[in-house]
Design a protein around this ligand. Structure first.
Ligand code: GLC
Ligand code: CA
Length: 594
């Protein structure tokens, strides 16, 4: 790829493309691990209420809560048994009202998690559905007859579940299989039955009428499936089960279904972000997030967070390189800007390992610098910014010596079961799986939030449901809020910059500088409304844990003025000169206006 020269966006951005939700920063709260108010070891809604000022002071505008609804918690609330009830350990409807009021009185908004690709097997709909083939709810789920080969019973096709094994479970009672793309306790809803979207619309309206300002929509691009349910091609010859993604990711009726929800969201000017798994084609995602589509505001894609997934499964090893990261970021920045779509910008959430550990360095001497480097990369992109609890402190993955007993996540535990039962002797395989869990297990981001240096990191007075990271005595919110040089205050500065210079940092165009440089990720953001003279910004990120010399190429930025932000405070105020080379410190990040 040749270096891109600075180009000014030709037309100013039409004002109708500016939206409150584009300029917002979303702070994601994982309720069970955020703050425990009543000493049962599980975070809860009152705990969240007690931390609203902390979230507000960081500079967030929206709080997204992972599912808080009634659930047997096979998959941490992504298995809902009642969409209208609150999971009792989290609190009551009254607590939720109080939370919504507390959020709104601080000028923030509340986003809930809408999980409607599947329900819990304990949901009344499924209980009815499985009870008989003639039950009125039978068709609310996806039931198919077994296939018999050589007299043996087999599932209707070879699709693999994301949590291991077949995506179909046989139900003795009625002699048929039901589909579950995730755990067998998470049966997939049948959206082909018009009663299903109608029931979802009721849920959406109900929560918008009861304090929610929008939704994050769980695996929403899976709701429409190819109704012939064909066998998937063999991509993992070592397994009987294959990914069937091409038959359900962005399936035939997806956009019709999304428009049905979108109509309601529009009435309320609500926020929406769709989780879109297993689709890397930006044009496919644009069909849902294009400004005139009225489906969802934006979508999470997985190209970056999957860079270190192996070819057969997530826990296979894969080394990524900076060139890949640069080209993926560049692809989405250009595509959405040029096509009036919108990006959701994130590196962490409850399903991902911590970003310092995966994408930079969590070595003690580099962890803080790395957290600030990644904050700069995220905060200087166009899109709505998502920060996951603890990311604002630079929390790393679980310690290297975490035993398997500490893990709670169904995905990790199922993977271990499958691996050790099919390879009981191969200890080298077991070792490498453990190494990969320490990088990519979802539990890495689910350890309790580290509030202070007291017992259990100030998260709870009781033993937390999942162990606290052992570094909490030095890495915690109280210490960082007191320290103006902390990761917390760096994030806060970034969020302030995005507000002050939104024409550049939120809405501006993107151009990679020196695409071929393998150590340094540099890019320019240019405002579209040049007449108001907002600055151009040059962002330079040294992704190496050692010094790297770098030369500002001529003409990439119209008039380099001063460095306005850096994780090396002594750099701030210095001027970059064209063609003069500078020595970037290990993991150095700088933002220069021009
Ligand atoms: C999404 C959620 C994840 C959950 C899965 C099934 O990917 O983020 O936590 O396990 O969907 O609902
Ligand atoms: Ca509690």
């Amino acid at each position: 790829m040749p270096s891109l020269e600075y180009t000014q966006a030709e037309t100013p951005l039409p004002d109708n493309l500016k939206k409150w939700w584009k300029e917002s920063c979303v702070y994601q709260v994982y309720p069970s691990s955020f703050c425990d108010s009543n000493g049962d070891g599980i975070g809860d809604i009152q705990g969240i209420i007690s931390k609203l000022d902390y979230i507000k002071n960081l500079g967030s505008d929206i709080i997204w809560l992972n599912p808080i609804f009634s659930s047997p918690q096979v998959d941490m609330g992504y298995d809902i048994s009642d969409y209208y009830g609150i999971h009792p350990p989290y609190g009551t409807l009254q607590d939720l009202d109080e939370l919504a009021a507390g959020i709104h009185s601080r000028g923030m908004k509340l986003v809930l998690d809408l999980v409607v690709n599947h329900t819990s097997d304990q949901h009344r709909w499924f209980q009815e559905s499985r009870s008989s083939v003639i039950n009125a709810y039978r068709d609310w789920y996806i039931w198919r007859k077994p296939v018999f080969r050589d007299g043996e019973r087999h599932p209707p096709n070879n699709w693999r579940s994301y949590f291991g094994g077949s995506a179909w479970t046989y139900d003795e009672g009625t002699g048929e299989y039901y589909l579950h793309l995730f755990a067998s306790e998470q049966p997939d809803l049948n959206w082909e039955n018009p009663q299903v979207p109608a029931a979802v619309h009721d849920i959406v309206r109900y929560w918008l009428d009861h304090g929610a300002d929008g939704f994050r929509m769980d695996v929403i691009n899976f709701i429409s499936k190819d109704q012939t349910f064909p066998d998937a091609p063999i991509t993992n010859p070592g397994s009987p089960w294959q990914t069937g993604k091409q038959f359900y990711a962005c399936g035939p009726r997806l956009h019709e279904y999304l428009q049905g929800i979108g109509k309601i969201l529009k009435e309320y000017d609500a926020f929406s972000v769709g989780e879109m798994l297993d689709v890397d084609d930006a044009a496919e995602i644009l069909k849902a997030v294009g400004h005139d589509r009225e489906e969802v505001n934006m979508a999470f894609h997985f190209e970056i967070v999957n860079m270190d997934h192996g070819p057969t499964d997530k826990f296979a090893q894969r080394k990524w390189d900076l060139g890949e990261l640069k080209s993926i970021v560049s692809k989405w920045q250009h595509f959405m800007h040029d096509n009036h779509g919108w990006n959701a910008i994130y590196l962490e959430n409850h399903d991902q390992g911590r970003s310092v550990s995966r994408f930079a360095s969590d070595q003690p001497e580099h962890r803080e610098l790395s957290a600030k480097l990644l904050a700069t990369l995220l905060g200087c992109q166009s899109g709505t910014l998502f920060v996951y609890q603890g990311q604002e402190l630079g929390m790393p993955n679980v310690p290297q010596d975490w035993p398997l007993d500490n893990y709670r996540d169904i995905e990790t535990l199922n993977h271990w079961k499958e691996l050790t039962s099919s390879n009981p002797e191969k200890t080298s395989l077991h070792q490498s799986a453990l190494t990969e869990y320490r990088l990519k297990s979802r539990d890495n981001s689910r350890t309790p939030m580290q509030w202070d240096d007291s017992l259990n990191a100030g998260f709870s007075t009781a033993k937390p449901w999942i162990p606290v990271h052992k570094d909490y005595a030095t890495l915690n919110a109280a210490a960082q809020v007191k320290d103006p040089g902390s990761v917390y205050w760096y994030w806060s500065k970034i969020l302030e910059f995005r507000k002050l210079y939104s024409d550049t940092l939120v809405y501006g165009s993107f151009a990679l500088v020196e695409a071929e440089n393998r150590d340094v990720f540099a890019f320019v953001r240019s405002p579209s409304a040049r007449s108001q003279l907002p600055p151009q910004a040059l962002i330079v990120l040294n992704f190496r844990p050692y010094e790297v010399s770098w030369t500002l190429p001529p003409k990439v930025i119209s008039n380099p003025r001063h460095v306005v932000l850096s994780n090396y405070p002594e750099r701030i105020g210095s001027k970059l000169t064209e063609s003069g080379s500078i020595s970037l410190g290990p993991m150095e990040a700088l933002v220069c206006f021009g």
